[in-house]
Design a protein around this ligand. Structure first.
Ligand code: FCB
Length: 471
């Protein structure tokens, strides 16, 4: 329904950016096309037992070849912006040295096609597909990788910066450090606390060095032209104590908040790690060098926020875990799934208030910093009906709930500038392979046919009207 139908709607500010997001390894396929080098995800997904059903990104959505059709799909969503990532090993197959012209030419065509549709590109430089050659030298646990990232960022910004205004250096350093190097569910599959803490620091350093490299490489805008904006995307959450009346639960919530949010927000905003991070999460003096925080906290133009779910944490003092508990690996501390809060197909809690809490916290902790929600969405058990439709009503409810929370935060003074749904289309969901569908558009992997879901229509209406229905 449009506003003309008299439906009650919450309006977003003029110029609010509506978009959808993807990432290179999750959609592109074409793992060796045009001189691409191997990435850590090419290696990892081919190792037995690492992904659901042994799925790999070898074909994925065949997005490398079908990008023009997929951008046309984004245009049908009335997207004003599209967030995509660049595969580092397409640009530098070995992670260093001169650029591969065919790789740059590909992304240049992607940018031109977006602009032809009037869609603003938001480019993520690193969404997890490190060149394998750099992993062979220690990956993100090695400080050199941060310097090499800055070279790569400068190459891409130099080639695309005349047309791309908005840049994200790194996507979700928490996931890279912890899922990749601490617990090993993601590439490169390492389980080592020291490598994990080194990785989180080196990712921040890469962000700082990369930011400077982008600013140096981008050609100056023509007078009156829009300036370049650089930011980073963090996966953030709001951490609730299971029982706010219990001091142990409140203490635990504060610690988990430091480990998930503060470990990156602290250095970026305040130039220091939070005091209560603990040895397992705080990079030690052998990793942090003089001057690093000056590089890391160099001003950014926006913060990208990926929000999916809150965390609820508590201490089971009787030592007995309940249904829905996940141990934190520290005494009797657990993540709690209380009865009555719905979950998505990822088993992630659906609780839009957590997004509100997070946005108003950022309003207070990072005053003056514009925010974009660079990912938000839900995995659902989608299927195609006999008549060809996909009625993903839970996804629509999820999006609507979170957009209402975002709207409330805007009203409360959060400087939110845009919202990107994850994802434009179903894709390779990392260790879950193709078993989890997050798209607004359904992908039939056997034929590569794309079918917009009901949520795609819903989103197109929201983006067209710059407002959400509230009933
Ligand atoms: C985020 C990732 C994104 C996607 C969503 C579901 O952590 O950035 O690539 O996998 O989760």
């Amino acid at each position: 329904m449009s506003p003309a139908d008299g439906q009650r709607r919450d309006a977003f500010p003029p110029g609010f950016l509506w978009g959808a997001a993807t990432a290179a390894y999750q959609i592109e396929g074409a793992p060796a096309e045009d001189g691409k080098g191997r990435s850590i995800w090419d290696t990892f997904s081919h190792r037995p037992g690492r992904t659901a059903h042994g799925d790999t990104g070898d074909i994925a959505c065949d997005g490398y070849r079908r990008f023009a059709d997929d951008i046309a799909l984004a245009a049908r969503l009335n997207a004003g912006a599209y967030r995509f990532s660049i595969s580092w090993p397409r640009i530098q197959p070995e992670g260093r040295g001169s650029a591969n012209p065919a790789g740059l030419a590909h992304y240049s065509r992607v940018v031109d096609t977006l602009l032809e549709h009037g869609i603003t590109p938001l480019v993520t430089l690193y969404h997890w597909d490190l060149p394998q050659a750099l992993q062979d030298k220690g990956g993100w646990a090695a400080r050199d990788t941060a310097e090499l990232f800055a070279d790569y960022a400068g190459i891409v910004a130099g080639a695309l910066g005349d047309r791309v205004r908005r840049w994200i250096t790194i996507n979700e350093p928490w996931v890279i450090a912890n899922m990749g190097y601490r617990w090993g569910q993601h590439a490169p599959g390492i389980r080592d606390v020291h490598q994990a803490t080194a990785t989180s620091h080196h990712l921040l350093l890469a962000h700082g060095r990369g930011t400077a490299a982008i600013r140096a490489a981008v050609p100056a805008p023509p007078s009156g032209g829009a300036p370049t904006e650089v930011g980073i995307t963090l996966n953030m959450t709001h951490v609730y104590p299971a029982d706010p009346a219990k001091p142990a639960d409140r203490e635990l919530a504060t610690d988990v908040d430091a480990q998930m949010n503060g470990v990156f927000l602290g250095p970026l905003i305040d130039g220091a790690y939070p005091a209560r991070l603990g040895a397992d999460y705080a990079p030690g003096p052998q990793i942090v060098r003089d001057g690093d925080f000056g590089i890391i906290r160099a001003p950014i133009d926006f913060l990208g926020v990926n929000y999916y779910a809150p965390q609820i944490v508590g201490v089971r003092e009787d030592g007995i875990f309940r249904r829905g508990d996940t141990p934190l690996g520290r005494g009797h501390a657990v993540f709690v799934h209380p009865d009555g809060i719905p979950v998505t197909a990822m088993d992630w809690l659906v609780h839009p208030d957590g997004l509100y809490e997070l946005l108003v916290r950022l309003r207070d902790d990072a005053p003056g910093l514009p925010l974009y929600i660079t990912e938000n969405g839900a995995a659902c058990a989608d299927y195609v009906n006999p008549d060809g439709t996909i009625e993903d009503t839970e996804r629509i409810a999820y999006l609507q709930g979170h957009l209402r929370a975002a709207h409330r935060a805007l009203t409360a003074g959060a400087d939110l500038r845009g919202y990107f749904a994850w994802s434009l289309m179903d894709n390779f969901e990392w260790s879950h392979g193709y078993s989890k569908r997050f798209g607004l558009v359904f992908v039939d992997y056997g034929t590569q046919r794309r079918i917009p879901k009901r949520s795609a229509e819903w989103f197109a209406d929201v983006a067209r009207n710059n407002s959400i229905p509230v009933d």
